[in-house]
Design a protein around this ligand. Structure first.
Ligand code: 3PY
Ligand code: MG
Length: 263
């Protein structure tokens, strides 16, 4: 089986630079894949992407060395198994709140006896190699999102669950969980900032990597310096929005549109 290069990056102590895909199109996925991201995540939760789109996007990403990941829309074994069959090398699962949910998630990603994934890696066999079934349990990255109120009381339970390779913080939902307005790139003065740092410390303690969703490369770099080893920067939709907005503003003056602090 083709190795998961993301595991090598983590082992070397470096950070995975992850791009985020929310547009249901193989050409935009290909354009992003050509830019040299370590990984690209197909966002099936908040992106406007369904399975047939995701399949074509995976084919586009396969034209490059970029590692394909997906964020599923819920902790739902059918969707998790199906996107793995399509050749994803890792799954990000939203809103994991306790150990039971963490087990349900990671075990959906693993074949028996470690898990309960059903066998049928129809495209993964072509993408990864004929021995996929022998190594998938170890190669596939299982990444649990920490972004709910309950999870904050159960960080060690979730992070010590066998099979959880890393956690991923969603700052928008985490903000809501602690009674704040959703936004990314939280400044140090923001009440959510210490919560993010606390989650990072627990990940370090549990020897798993921590990931964070960011808006700008500057903020992502700051978080790498703090110890995050998986950082997402923007999304293709965000890049399109900011590039288009900047061009129009230069020619037509400041737009009246209010810029989103999240997606
Ligand atoms: C959040 O900020 O809640 C996310 O899920 C980011 O993707
Ligand atoms: Mg979220």
């Amino acid at each position: 089986m083709k190795k998961n290069k993301l595991r090598e990056i983590i082992k070397s102590g470096k950070a995975i630079i992850n791009g985020w895909l929310q547009i249901p199109n193989s050409f935009s996925a290909e354009v992003m894949a050509k830019q040299g991201w370590d990984s690209l995540t197909i966002d099936m939760q908040h992106g406007v992407i369904d399975y047939p789109n995701a399949l074509q996007m995976l084919q586009a990403i396969s034209t490059t060395e970029t590692t394909p990941l997906a964020r599923v829309n819920w902790n739902e074994p059918g969707q998790i198994m199906k996107i793995l069959d399509a050749g994803c090398y890792g799954v990000i699962c939203p809103m994991i709140s306790n150990k039971e949910q963490a087990e349900k998630f990671v075990q959906a990603c693993m074949y028996p006896p470690k898990g309960y994934r059903s066998f049928g890696p129809i495209r993964a066999l072509m993408y990864a190699g004929a021995d996929y079934g022998d190594h998938a349990n170890e190669e596939i990255l299982k990444i649990a999102m920490i972004e709910t109120k309950e999870a904050l009381d159960k960080l060690d339970d979730i992070m010590s669950t066998p099979g959880v390779d890393g956690i991923y913080i969603g700052p928008a939902d985490l903000s809501l969980a602690v009674g704040e307005k959703p936004s990314f790139d939280k400044p140090e003065s923001d009440p959510v900032y210490p919560v993010i740092m606390k989650i990072l410390e627990h990940a370090k303690k549990n020897n798993i990597f921590a990931g964070l969703h960011n808006m700008t490369p500057e903020y992502a770099q700051k978080m790498i310096d703090k110890g995050f080893q998986f950082v997402t920067v923007g999304s293709e939709q965000r890049f399109m929005t900011s590039g288009g907005k900047e061009a129009v503003e230069k020619l037509k003056g400041k737009s009246k549109g209010v810029e989103s602090k999240t997606y």
